[in-house]
Write a protein that binds this ligand. Structure first.
Ligand code: HEC
Length: 456
C-alpha cells in the first residue's frame, strides 16, 4: 500500500501541547531587527534545511524570504514545530541539538509584531554553506549508486533498502564513512551498515547497486532479494550504523581513538533505511559515500546492541508482544541488563508511523537513574541519531529500560489505515505499515575517565 502523509499546521498545537521546555534567562531585545537579532537565529537553526536544493519546501536565506513567511515562522517557532528536534531538552542533551531558547522564540515573535524591521542588512553576512564534504581530504574510496533511483512525483514517502557493493585489492582500516546525498531535496534519512565478506565467500553480486522497496518485500526476504548474503546463503558479518544522514545535520565523527572499522577487500554498504520524502514531480537520486582510510586498526571500536525488535540479547524483547489493536493506545517496554561497564556514545530510538512517545533511561545497581532520551511526540520523519555531549558511563549490572507508546486510533493523523486496523511487529519487517520498537545503543567498553571525555 502507498503512504500519503499530510503536513498541516492544524496539527501543530496538539503535537506540542504536552511538551515542556527549559526557560532561558537571556534577554529579549526591545526592538529586534533582522540584521542584528533575527538573522543569526534563522541562519543557524533554519537555513541548513530551508535553502536551495534541500529538504524544506521554501528558502529562508535572506531578509525578503524570511519576511514573506514571518507570521508562519512566528507560529512554528512558538509551537516548537520548527526546527524539528524530537528529543526533549529538559530530559537530556545531545550534540547538534536543534532547540530554540525561549528568548530566541520571543525575539522572533516581537520582531514580527513590530513589523519586521530589517536593520542594517547591508552589513549582514550571508548564511554559510553547509554540506561541504566532511574533511578537506579527498576521499580514499568512493562507493556510489551506479544508477539513478527515480522518485515518482506522487507525493508519497519511499522507503527502500539498498546494497552498494565494492571490491578492493586488500583489506584495510577505515576512520570515517560519509554519506553524500545525490539529491538533497528528497533524501530524508539514511542509515548505512557495513557488510564484510570473508575471502571466497562472495563472488556474485559485487558489481552493481541493488535496491528493493520495503513496502513490496516480505519480511525475512529482503536480504535475499538484494543479494546481501554470502553465495552459500549464510550471513556475512555486519558492522551496524557506520553512517547516518538527516537533512541539516553536520556529519559527525567520534573523537580520535574512538570508532573506526576493519574494512574487508570485498564488502558492501547496506542501507536498511533509505527514506525519500514526498515530491509532486518526478525526480531522481544518485547518492554516494566517501570512505576515509586509516593506517591502523581501530583502538576502541564501537559496539552496538539493540533493545526491542530484533534485539541482540535474550532479555531485551518487546513486552508485551508488539501488537496494537485498532482504536487503542498501548504501551510497551524492553529491558536489558548490562553485564560490564560501558561508555554510551549514541542512542537511536526507532518506531514507525503510529509511535506516540518514547523514553529510555538506565537504573544503576547503586540506585541512580540516568536519563537517556525522551520523545514526547514521536515523528517517524525525524529519526535522529542522538550522540551525548560526553560519554555516559553505564556501570555493570545496570538495567536499560525503553518505554514506547503507540496510538492506533483514528485521531492519529499518521495512522496508515482508515479505519484503523491491527498493526504489529512482523518478523522484523521494516515496512512502515508494520511496527517496530527499538532502542539502538552505540558504546565502547568503559575506561576510567571516559565520563569526562567530550564527544563534541
Ligand atoms: C531539519 C530540517 C529543517 C530545519 C532545521 C527547519 N525546517 Fe522548517 N521545514 C522543514 C521541512 C521538511 C518542512 C516541510 C514540512 C515538514 O516536513 O514538516 C518544513 C516546513 C516549515 C514551515 C511550513 C510549515 C507548514 O506547516 O506549512 C515553516 C514556516 C518552517 N518550516 C519554518 C522553519 C523555521 C523558522 C526554522 C528554524 C527555526 C525551520 N523551519 C527549521 C525542514 C526544516
Amino acid at each position: 500500500m502507498q503512504l500519503r502523509i499530510h503536513y498541516t499546521l492544524a496539527l501543530i498545537p496538539a503535537i506540542f501541547a504536552a511538551c515542556t521546555f527549559n526557560s532561558n534567562k537571556q534577554d529579549t531585545p526591545a526592538n529586534p531587527t533582522f540584521a542584528e537579532h533575527v538573522a543569526p537565529i534563522i541562519y543557524k537553526n533554519c537555513t541548513p534545511c530551508h535553502r536551495d536544493d534541500n529538504i524544506a519546501p521554501f528558502k529562508l536565506t535572506n531578509y525578503t524570504e524570511v519576511r514573506n513567511r514571518a507570521s508562519l515562522i512566528k507560529v512554528v517557532t512558538a509551537t516548537r514545530f520548527m526546527p524539528p528536534w524530537p528529543a526533549d531538552p529538559s530530559y537530556s542533551h545531545f550534540i547538534g541539538e536543534k532547540v530554540l531558547t525561549d528568548a530566541e522564540i520571543a525575539t522572533i515573535g516581537l520582531w514580527v509584531d513590530q513589523g519586521m524591521q530589517p536593520g542594517d542588512t547591508a552589513k549582514l553576512q550571508p548564511p554559510s554553506t553547509w554540506d561541504q564534504p566532511f574533511t578537506n581530504r579527498k576521499a580514499d574510496l568512493v562507493i556510489a549508486m551506479d544508477k539513478r533511483y527515480i522518485i515518482k512525483g506522487n507525493n508519497t514517502d519511499n522507503f527502500l533498502v539498498m546494497k552498494l557493493p565494492y571490491k578492493m585489492a586488500k583489506d584495510t582500516f577505515v576512520r570515517f564513512i560519509e554519506y553524500i546525498p545525490g539529491n538533497r531535496k528528497v533524501v530524508h534519512h539514511v542509515n548505512a551498515h557495513l557488510i564484510s565478506y570473508e575471502p571466497g565467500k562472495k563472488i556474485n553480486g559485487l558489481d552493481k547497486t541493488v535496491w528493493a522497496n520495503q513496502q513490496d518485500t516480505l519480511a525475512g526476504e529482503i536480504h535475499k532479494t538484494i543479494g546481501l548474503l554470502n553465495d552459500d546463503g549464510t550471513y556475512p558479518l555486519m558492522t551496524p550504523s557506520v553512517s547516518n544522514y538527516l537533512p541539516g545535520n553536520i556529519p559527525y565523527m567520534y573523537p580520535q581513538g574512538i570508532g573506526g572499522y576493519r574494512f574487508k577487500a570485498n564488502g558492501a554498504l547496506y542501507l536498511n533505511d533509505m527514506h525519500y520524502g514526498p515530491t509532486p514531480i518526478d525526480v531522481s537520486d544518485s547518492s554516494y559515500f566517501n570512505i576515509y582510510f586509516s593506517p591502523k586498526a581501530p583502538e576502541r571500536p564501537t559496539g552496538e546492541f539493540i533493545l526491542g525488535t530484533l534485539s541482540t540479547g535474550k532479555r531485551a524483547e518487546v513486552t508485551p508482544a508488539l501488537i496494537v489493536p485498532p482504536n487503542t493506545v498501548k504501551s510497551f517496554k524492553a529491558e536489558k541488563i548490562i553485564d560490564k561497564n560501558i561508555s554510551l556514545l549514541t542512542v537511536i530510538p526507532h518506531m514507525h508511523l503510529i509511535g506516540k512517545t518514547f523514553k529510555a533511561y538506565v537504573l544503576t545497581p547503586q540506585g541512580d537513574t540516568i536519563n537517556l532520551v525522551r520523545i514526547n511526540k514521536w515523528d517517524f520523519r525525524w529519526q535522529y541519531f542522538y550522540t551525548f555531549k560526553k560519554m555516559v558511563k553505564i556501570p555493570a549490572g545496570s538495567r536499560i529500560v525503553a518505554e514506547g507508546v503507540y496510538d492506533n486510533t483514528a485521531q492519529n493523523p499518521n495512522n496508515p489505515y482508515s479505519p484503523p486496523r491491527e498493526i504489529r511487529e512482523r518478523d522484523g519487517s521494516m515496512r512502515t505499515t508494520d511496527e517496530m520498537f527499538q532502542l539502538i545503543c552505540v558504546y565502547v567498553n568503559y575506561k576510567p575517565g571516559d565520563e569526562n571525555i567530550p564527544l563534541e
